[in-house]
Ligand binder design. Structure first.
Ligand code: C2E
Ligand code: MG
Ligand code: MG
Ligand code: MG
Length: 294
């Protein structure tokens, strides 16, 4: 009986693995065909200041709409693109499309145009020796001023070769482009990294924000991070803020910048433009801030 159950389990496990492997292969193949087509687009999520109520930046987030499979999450396809090096092509497309968009907004949106675009860099992009030159090229082609561009890298990008990473960061920052560490606090290299590199912004991982209103120590930790960032001359962005309670807690901790569903979800170009023009979200947030000030 037990033996049979064990065997059945084994079969189920195999089936599941087979399905996963199949899906992975399918995505890899479909990715190859999709690059260069209009299946990809960028959505943009605002980052907002709790002090001024202003949108200080938008983060570009890659979206893939497959004609048959529908929308596929970057959390699923980015790792696959990374493993097969297709991320280098995709990443270049994201960089030039995002910069072009931001440059266009400067012309079409006037005073409500985003003042900064944040673009995610995968580890292999960051390790690509051509990266600093590619960035300069894109800025030149699009006419976007360097200080409008912020690149987000995760800790894994500089875990392997500290010396090379420091050099890359230095050369990127020399051009006036700023750097953020993304998902800060989710990895293990956090504190070592801070000592080795100069970065402009820490984006604190959602996992630290989502428990902030329980009494589980996240608030104390975050308070420490806020003080540390200030002393190191860095800005801090809280990622994944979903509730008013979280926003309130962050404001009390002195965290100025937030990004999350509470303020705005990632939006298509059209929706973001509408959002920026009507300023609805801004008013909602300012109302929140005024409530807090009482
Ligand atoms: P990320 O760079 O940390 O981006 C933030 C992710 O959190 C986005 O997921 C965003 O939609 C989501 N998010 C924002 N606010 C909230 C919130 O309040 N609650 C929750 N639950 N989630 C929130 P998305 O768009 O699915 O992207 C996932 C990850 O995929 C990104 O995490 C990034 O690591 C990667 N990614 C996305 N676009 C690109 C890209 O163009 N290049 C590279 N290399 N990676 C990308
Ligand atoms: Mg990011
Ligand atoms: Mg993040
Ligand atoms: Mg993330």
């Amino acid at each position: 009986e037990a033996k049979r159950a064990g065997r059945a389990q084994h079969v189920i496990f195999d089936d599941k693995m087979h399905t996963q492997v199949h899906r992975r292969m399918q995505i890899e193949n479909e990715l190859r065909d999709a690059i260069g087509t209009d299946q990809f687009s960028l959505h943009y999520q605002p980052i907002v200041s709790l002090v001024t109520g202003e949108i200080t930046a938008v983060e570009a987030l890659l979206r893939w709409q497959h004609p048959k499979f529908g929308s596929i999450s970057p959390a699923e396809f980015i790792p696959i693109a990374h493993e097969s090096d297709m991320i280098l092509h995709l990443g270049k497309w994201v960089l030039s499309t995002g910069c072009q968009q931001c440059a266009d907004w400067r012309k079409t949106l006037g005073s409500v145009a985003p003042r900064q675009i944040n673009i995610n860099l995968a580890r292999k992009q960051f390790e690509d020796p051509n990266l600093p030159e590619d960035i300069l090229c894109v800025l030149q082609e699009t006419g976007l001023p360097a200080d409008y561009l912020q690149l987000e890298v995760t800790e894994e990008s500089f875990a392997m070769n500290v010396y090379e990473a420091a050099r890359t960061m230095k050369s990127i920052r020399k051009s006036g482009v700023t750097l953020a560490i993304d998902d800060f606090g989710s990895g293990t290299a956090s504190f070592a990294a801070l000592n080795q590199f100069t970065v402009d912004v820490l984006k604190v991982d959602r996992s630290l924000i989502c428990n902030i209103d329980d009494s589980t120590g996240e608030a104390a930790l975050l308070h420490g991070l806020v003080v540390m960032a200030r002393n190191l001359g860095m800005k801090l962005v809280a990622e994944g803020v979903e509730t008013f309670e979280q926003l309130k807690a962050l404001q009390e901790l002195g965290c100025e910048l937030i990004q999350g569903y509470y303020f705005a979800r990632p939006m298509s170009v059209e929706n973001l433009e509408c959002f920026l023009r009507t300023n609805l979200g801004l008013q909602a947030c300012t109302t929140g801030a005024m409530e807090l000030a009482d």
